[in-house]
Design a protein around this ligand. Structure first.
Ligand code: NAD
Length: 238
């Protein structure tokens, strides 16, 4: 395997995954539409160090656009796809579910179709702990994931099951890690840890949703990036 397509490459997890791949001597074709869901300057900043590596090629483009994607696949020798591009806010998905459908489901479908057409057999999809809803942890493998509590979770579930169809029909190896809240440098400003720290810094109170007794797993960005890259070594559907 030589060239990996990473979508959402200017994102928090995408830029770190690209970094790990480049460190391993692989080439990375990175796609991102640089949307303004949060300050795009953070996305530009994440790309600075990646762009210094001659094995990194950045394309600003949208995974919703099948024709543009088809061109990218025709013009680059892609061996595997890591699909991290997504609309990823739980609350924001309630306000505008349509954009979540377009990116998380249609975008994933577009990529799967391009892989099918080019005979690319390895596909990694980022999914989410949001699929577990109110279920008890930690029995992830046996938990139901068909009662997501937001359009975000529902669109991720949709993308997961589409992946299963492509695995079944075309024998593609498709691996789907479900991340639990990721934290670390250059993290997402819309996420809880960033908000907690910012409010503490400003001496402001932290808003509490629910009764404040909730518990959650958090995962460090370097572990997530390493685990995501290791998914390339797996086969079948997981
Ligand atoms: N960060 C977490 O804690 C977490 C938890 C569970 C799952 N995930 C999943 O991991 C992936 C990466 O999340 P992240 O935290 O890095 O989010 P992020 O928002 O920082 O990164 C996503 C990137 O995708 C890009 N993007 C969005 N729509 C696009 C489109 N239509 N075409 C091209 N690019 C597009 C955005 O500009 C952004 O740079 C997402 O699929 C997300 O659902 C993240």
């Amino acid at each position: 395997m030589k060239t990996i397509l990473v979508t959402g490459v200017a994102g928090f997890i995408g830029h770190k995954v690209a970094d790990v791949l480049l460190q391993r001597g692989l080439s990375v074709v990175g796609i991102d539409n640089m949307n303004d869901y949060y300050d795009p300057r953070l996305k530009e900043w994440r790309l600075i160090s990646l762009k210094k590596n001659p094995c990194f090629h950045f394309i600003q483009s949208d995974i919703d656009d099948y024709r543009v994607l088809k061109d990218i696949f025709e013009n680059h020798p892609i061996d595997a796809v890591i699909n991290l591009a997504a609309r990823a806010g739980v609350r924001a998905s309630v306000a505008d579910p349509w954009v979540y459908l377009d990116t998380n489901i249609k975008g994933t479908l577009n990529l799967l179709e391009c892989c099918k057409e080019r005979g690319i057999n390895k596909f990694i999809l980022a999914s989410t702990s949001s699929l577990y809803g109110f279920n008890e942890m930690p029995f992830e493998e046996t938990q139901r994931t068909d009662t997501p509590l937001s359009p975000y979770g529902a669109t991720k579930k949709g993308a997961e099951v589409l992946c299963y169809s492509y695995h079944y029909l075309y024998g593609m190896d498709i691996i789907i890690p479900r991340y639990f809240t990721v934290y670390g440098p250059a993290g997402r400003p819309d996420m809880s840890i960033f908000k907690f720290i910012k409010n503490m810094d400003l001496g402001k109170a932290i808003p509490v949703f629910g009764d404040g007794k909730q518990r959650r797993d958090f995962t460090y960005i370097d572990d997530i990036a390493e685990g995501t890259v290791r998914c390339l070594d797996l086969s079948g559907f997981e």
